[in-house]
Design a protein around this ligand. Structure first.
Ligand code: IMP
Length: 215
């Protein structure tokens, strides 16, 4: 049996990844299951891959176990790939504040619509990207997923009650008829950046499984 730590304190994410990455011989645990505190690394990378790698290596070092971490965000073509790695704190240019998640989501969305003012639908293309990294003593495996769409025009968005973050603004390709906040979770997971990265990571886990330390 090989134990792998999923480097997130979010029990929902642990459960979701545990289901998506099920392979015989692998057991997934969350940081919270280890019953002690860990130091959170600063996400100083300029790419999703760099930040996922920073997290996977930091928690692998602290736990002594193989560790899987992810980083995700939104890239908007007309903004040169912004908000990118600062997606969760776009409203404050990446700075941490005391705002709640709901306040931040609303302020991030307002800023995104403001930045895209006057840009027509065909030039509002965007994608959610997710990078997953597995770090172990003899393994560094990476998997990427992307979810294409475009940012709706003010007045037509925000729309939808599911999801979080930029979902109410994100019109899903190729139809651009529904926002990702209008998709029920199972439909979103089947086509999303996180779902895509998980499928690619499953193939990586299959490939490197025998190189993971036994536990
Ligand atoms: P994290 O990787 O969970 O920290 O996500 C980073 C940020 O990217 C989130 O706070 C959201 O702003 C944005 N984001 C990532 N994935 C999604 C998604 O599926 N829907 C909407 N926003 C997302």
């Amino acid at each position: 049996m090989h134990r792998i730590v999923i480097a997130t304190g979010n029990p929902h994410k642990v459960e979701e990844l545990r289901e998506m990455l099920a392979l015989p011989g692998l057991e997934f645990v969350g940081l919270a299951d280890l019953g002690r505190p860990f130091e959170e690394p600063a996400e100083t990378g300029t790419t999703f891959e760099a930040n996922a790698t920073i997290k996977a290596l930091a928690y692998a070092r602290q736990t002594g176990l193989p560790c899987l971490a992810d980083d995700s965000g939104l890239e908007v073509d007309a903004l040169g790939g912004a908000p990118g790695v600062i997606s969760s704190h776009y409203c404050t240019d990446g700075r941490e504040t005391g705002m709640s998640r709901a306040e931040r989501d609303a302020a991030n969305n307002a800023r995104l619509l403001r930045e895209l003012e006057g840009i027509p639908p065909a030039r509002r293309t965007a994608r959610f990207v997710c990078l997953m990294v597995l770090a172990a003593p003899d393994v560094l495996a990476t998997a990427r997923g992307a979810f294409d769409g475009r940012i709706g025009l003010p007045g037509t968005v925000p729309r939808g009650t599911h999801g979080f973050g930029y979902d109410p603004l994100f019109l899903v390709a190729p139809e651009f008829a529904e926002t990702s906040a209008e998709l029920p979770p199972t439909r979103k997971n089947a086509m999303s950046h996180r779902g895509g990265a998980a499928v690619a990571m499953l193939a990586e886990l299959h490939r490197v499984r025998d190189r993971l330390p036994p536990s």
